[in-house]
Design a binder for this molecule. Structure first.
Ligand code: BGP
Length: 468
């Protein structure tokens, strides 16, 4: 490939999430969310917050709730044709089990989507991005309870009805497979450690049914909309060609592809039978659940930051640092230890397309790095440009391979609060935000070098990317 080619209607943009940008903690009737109760990130302790507690960084975040017109104008200046964001469930149903929604919360997203449309930016909206009402966790046990399916369905129908004219692209649960690694974040299980597979998979089952019911409701309420799932694309390679490592890799990939298999095919894949039997998991799946699961997604979306390796060798396994991933000896790592593998995104796109034969959407990808503001005020983030360039080139390769890719939204087009550790030092943006980890800063926005780079990439529909 000499010049990258993207389809004419390819959607270009960025991805953010309510709990990582909005701030406005408990403002306008918002309820306490699971994210609010994990102030130090999705692997951090769970703290039941009280209204007058000390301010945590996510409570303010980058104050997108109040500053969104300025931010959307900057996204428009870069040429975005889409913006992925999420709705905070707790702004709509503060406790999750109310009979009527919170009008102030609904009105906020009316204004937000109208602002995007002003610039012809298509909203791509995640129903639940790492958050749910904390009340549902405390009172009902989160997704451990079947009741939560109904609460979620009601929330989904409420927002589909409200935004049916303004939102045509939807996603159900962000990185649904993260439930395995951070049960509190994924399925709202406080008491369970990650070894309690019975509880976790039953909760995941409820979430999969809820996802399918949302798909059905979306098709009924907004027939011209498309709704997808969202997977953490943690693709694994065999650490060595040893057959045992190759088998371990198959199993590792089944661990997360299982979610996509259910959401795309409408039933549990056969390999899970053996896994459940081996791990003593017995799911309560009703006939109605089986019917519900048949509502499958229109497209598959995923995040991709890194690949990893899998091995059957227990001695090697201990080397993994993120989600027990075993590092690849051929790859370099980011400052946060995430291994950089642009070719992996081409491989993953091919794997998913061959498996599901559905359009794909890359809804997260990016480099978290420390940025330096120079004396003249400039921020020269060439490392970010290189990372994004190389991944986009590989996406173009996948398109050339025949994979149908709907669009690309880089993670964190504006600096935001990181999910894993709730820090802002790990920056992803094209736009710098004056804020530090001790919550100090003016919150002023500033364009980085990558801002102008991404602007030219979008303007040329990818033709300015460098094939190295
Ligand atoms: C994904 C999440 C995002 C985002 C991103 C980067 O897992 O969907 O919410 O934060 O990862 O991770 P981090 O913020 O920890 O760097």
């Amino acid at each position: 490939m000499t010049t990258p080619q993207f389809p004419k209607n390819f959607l270009w943009g960025g991805a953010i999430a309510a709990n990582q940008v909005e701030g406005a903690y408990l403002t306008d009737g918002k309820g306490l969310s699971s994210s609010d109760c994990q102030p130090h990130g999705i692997f951090g302790e769970i703290v039941e917050r009280k209204p007058n507690d000390q301010t945590e960084i996510k409570d303010v975040a980058i104050d997108f709730y109040h500053r969104y017109p300025e931010d959307i104008a900057l996204f428009a200046e870069m040429g975005f044709t889409t913006l992925r964001t999420s709705i905070a469930w707790t702004r709509i149903f503060p406790n999750g089990d109310e009979s009527t929604p919170n009008e102030a919360g609904l009105a906020f997203y009316d204004k937000l989507f109208a602002e995007m449309h002003k610039y012809n930016i298509e909203p791509l909206v995640t129903l639940s991005h790492y958050e749910m009402p904390f009340h549902l966790i405390k009172e009902y046990g989160g997704w451990g309870s079947r009741k939560t399916i109904e609460f979620f369905e009601k929330y989904a129908k409420t927002v589909f009805n409200r935004y049916k004219d303004s939102v045509k692209y939807w996603l159900t649960f962000n990185e649904i497979n993260m439930s395995l690694h951070s049960p509190m974040t994924g399925v709202g299980l406080i008491e369970n450690n990650s070894d309690d597979k019975q509880s976790i998979y039953q909760a995941i089952h409820h979430q999969l049914v809820a996802s399918a019911r949302a798909v059905k409701a979306c098709h009924e309420i907004i027939p011209d909309a498309k709704i997808g799932n969202m997977l953490l694309g943690a693709v694994a390679y065999p650490l060595t060609p040893r057959p045992s490592d190759v088998m371990a890799t198959l199993e590792e990939n089944h661990g997360w592809l299982f979610f996509g298999d259910v959401q795309c095919r409408g039933y549990y894949p056969s390999y899970m039978r053996r896994y459940f039997a081996k791990n003593g998991v017995e799911l309560n799946i009703t006939e109605q659940d089986k019917q519900d699961l048949k509502s499958t997604v229109d497209f598959v979306s995923f995040s991709y930051y890194m690949s990893c390796c899998a091995t059957a060798d227990p001695a090697q396994k201990t080397k993994g640092n993120i989600l027990d991933m075993v590092p690849n000896p051929y790859l370099e790592s980011s400052e946060w230890g995430w291994q950089i593998d642009p070719v992996g995104i081409r491989y993953l796109l091919n794997v998913l397309y061959e498996r599901y034969q559905k359009p794909l959407f890359v809804v997260e990808n990016g480099l978290g790095a420390k940025d330096k503001v120079e004396a003249d005020g400039s921020i020269n983030d060439d490392y970010r440009i290189d990372y994004l360039n190389d991944h986009l080139v590989q996406i173009a390769e996948a398109i050339e391979d025949g994979v149908e890719v709907m669009g690309y939204t880089s993670w964190g087009p504006i600096d935001l609060i990181s999910a894993s550790k709730a820090e802002v030092a790990k920056r992803y943006g094209f736009i710098y935000v004056d804020l530090d980890d001790s919550c100090q800063g003016t919150l002023a926005r500033k364009k980085k070098k990558s801002f102008h780079w991404y602007q030219s990439v979008i303007k040329s529909n990818g033709q300015t990317l460098k094939v190295k």
